[in-house]
Design a protein around this ligand. Structure first.
Ligand SMILES: C[S@@+](CC[C@H](N)C(=O)[O-])C[C@H]1O[C@@H](n2cnc3c(N)ncnc32)[C@H](O)[C@@H]1O
Ligand code: SF4
Length: 451
């Protein structure tokens, strides 16, 4: 990946969204739940992707920006499970015509639930929804709490994809973020997952953590290459100590600066691409024959609240505290605080807190941003055909702003479209921000640094 000169790079020391949706969740506001019901009835019977959020964890990783609650009181999981199952019972009635082709359990740590609790939850999901035989069923696991018998149990429950949080193999980094874990155990988990028949194993790494350098991170990447997961997320550390109190325990003096962060990602990307991985969008890698890589090649890659996905044709139904749904032109979010989630379920029988109905202009901009962040390329003809506009006239101001980025070598423009260069790939969020009409009004501090 090409590097950028330091003075030009400084211009892009910005905060910005990760564009798992457009508009971002910041636009969500008071919302009438009746609109969701109406839109569900109007929608053609698109397949459904389910997201189930389990917010509990056993211990606190200082870098964590997820919606989670650290607790040793395991009985809390039972209370939560009862509410979550009630929410499923209430929600599935809006979707009786739909089949479910994807299920993802995220968190927090979904395996905070016991084997018996996960069995009950999965049985309830299958009882309520029509889950297809070939559905992708994935779960995020924390290797520190995962044993081989538990992994076998997950497979028997129908999970066929695993996502394992690794972050970094370097012990100094692990200690600084309060997440020390055993490398051998991760190797053993992946080996056993393959033996059981899991269709795909994905690992999460984070760059930008304390004490990391390009050289130290390359050691972790080389260890990953020996494990050879099907997919790999290499997340840019979102450091927002005003928002996530635990991050204040991280000594900022030990964080790599922007230039080092870019060097870390460049080297990691080089190492991975030299060994048969393809760069997917801004922070994912996949083996060349993986479905994500194929979707990218065929132009069908999609992005939603779960990140990059092949299932662009699905509506997304989020269940559990803070979960977000994207359904038929609506984005809606459940109550984010556990106590409020319980109260809403008790009082209203549903947990929806906020929402937003996309306008035609939002849909158009969402498609532009999706094309850029998934494919690093935008064909004006594709947008013009789908939205009946003349691209260069509609986006005259945006194109003017992009000219400065073109001068910095981040992209090229022609009369037919926009092509992001290698140097521009790591600044793709800044490029997408040019098409975001809400950004000047929304607080940029609400987002993490883009590099
Ligand atoms: C819900 S956790 C994964 C499951 C499990 N709780 C674990 O930690 O292994 C989701 C992933 O988000 C990423 N993540 C969490 N906080 C982050 C942050 N502040 N910046 C970037 N990535 C972050 C980590 O890579 C983590 O593995
Ligand atoms: S990274 Fe995972 S285990 Fe650590 S606090 Fe966040 S959600 Fe919990």
């Amino acid at each position: 990946m090409a590097a950028m000169a330091a003075p030009a790079l400084r211009k892009y020391h910005l905060n910005g969204p990760r564009y798992t949706s457009y508009p971002t969740a910041l636009q969500l506001d008071d919302f009438n739940p009746e609109l969701l019901k109406q839109r569900c009835q109007q929608a053609d019977a698109k397949p459904l992707s389910l997201y189930l959020h389990v917010p509990f964890c056993h211990s606190l990783c200082y870098y964590c920006g997820c919606n989670k609650q650290i607790t040793r009181q395991t009985h809390k999981a039972q209370v939560y499970l009862d509410y979550l199952m009630r929410e499923i019972t209430q929600r599935y009635q809006l979707f009786t015509e739909r089949s479910v082709t994807q299920i993802h359990f995220g968190g927090g740590t979904p395996t905070y639930l016991s084997d018996e609790q996960l069995t009950r939850l999965m049985a309830h999901v299958r009882q309520c929804f029509e889950v297809t035989d070939d559905a992708e069923v994935s779960i995020e696991i924390d290797p520190r709490q995962m044993t081989l018998p538990r992994l076998k149990h997950l497979f028997e429950l129908g999970f066929n994809r695993l996502s394992i949080g690794v972050q970094d193999f370097d012990k100094k980094v692990q200690k600084a973020v309060n997440r020390v874990q055993d490398e051998e155990h991760i190797v053993e988990l992946v080996r056993f997952a393959r033996e059981l028949g899991f269709a795909s194993v994905s690992l999460d790494l984070i760059y930008g953590l304390p004490h990391q350098s390009a050289a130290s991170f390359a050691d972790s990447v080389n260890k990953v290459l020996k494990i050879r997961p099907d997919r790999l997320s290499v997340f840019n550390y979102a450091h927002m100590p005003e928002k996530f109190a635990a991050q204040r325990r991280i000594d900022e003096q030990t964080l790599p600066d922007s230039a080092e962060r870019m060097a870390i990602f460049s080297l990691a990307s080089e190492l991975l691409c030299a060994q048969g991985y393809v760069c997917i969008g801004m922070d994912h890698f996949a083996l060349e024959d993986d479905e994500l890589a194929r979707a990218q090649r065929h132009g069908s890659l999609h992005r939603n609240f779960q990140g990059y996905t092949t299932q662009g044709d699905c509506d997304l139904l989020g269940l559990g505290v803070s979960a977000i749904s994207q359904i038929n032109g609506l984005i809606v979010q459940n109550e984010k605080v556990l106590k409020h989630y319980y109260q809403a379920m008790d009082k209203k029988g549903e947990a929806l807190a906020k929402g937003y109905a996309l306008t035609e202009d939002d849909r158009l901009r969402a498609e532009v941003i999706k094309q850029l962040i998934c494919h690093f390329h935008l064909s004006y003809a594709h947008i013009e055909k789908a939205f009946h506009i003349q691209f260069e006239a509609y986006f005259a101001k945006e194109i003017e702003r992009l000219k400065a980025m073109m001068a910095d070598g981040l992209l090229s423009m022609s009369s037919t479209g926009i092509q992001v260069t290698d140097a521009g790939r790591s600044l793709i969020r800044a490029i997408c921000m040019q098409f975001d009409r809400y950004l000047p009004q929304s607080r940029q501090q609400a987002f993490s640094r883009i590099i």
